[in-house]
Design a protein around this ligand. Structure first.
Ligand code: FES
Length: 85
């Protein structure tokens, strides 16, 4: 499975001790790309639990919808297909 996620950050975020969760004693970094508190995990990854390994998905953060992506068409006319076998 893969996910198409919109990111607008263009550089790193330096973490420090103030980023440690006081209750859990750790820092959880979001790797699914869906967190509203990015780069920190906010539990939004639960939305991915039923993804199929052979599919690609596009998540819309504004209405929390999800679509299966079967192809991307680029501005130069080339395309990339993600159809399941
Ligand atoms: S890993 Fe992305 S919200 Fe938890």
């Amino acid at each position: 499975m893969s996910r198409l996620i919109d990111h607008d950050a263009s550089g790193p975020l330096r973490l420090d001790e103030s980023d440690i969760d006081e209750k859990k004693g750790d820092i959880a970094i979001c790797l699914c790309g869906l967190s509203e508190s990015y780069p920190f995990c906010d539990g939004s990854h639960k939305r991915t639990e039923d993804e199929s390994a052979d599919r690609s998905y596009r998540y819309d953060k504004t209405d929390e919808s999800r679509q299966v992506v079967d192809r991307i068409v680029y501005a130069d006319g080339t395309e990339e297909r993600f159809e399941a076998e």
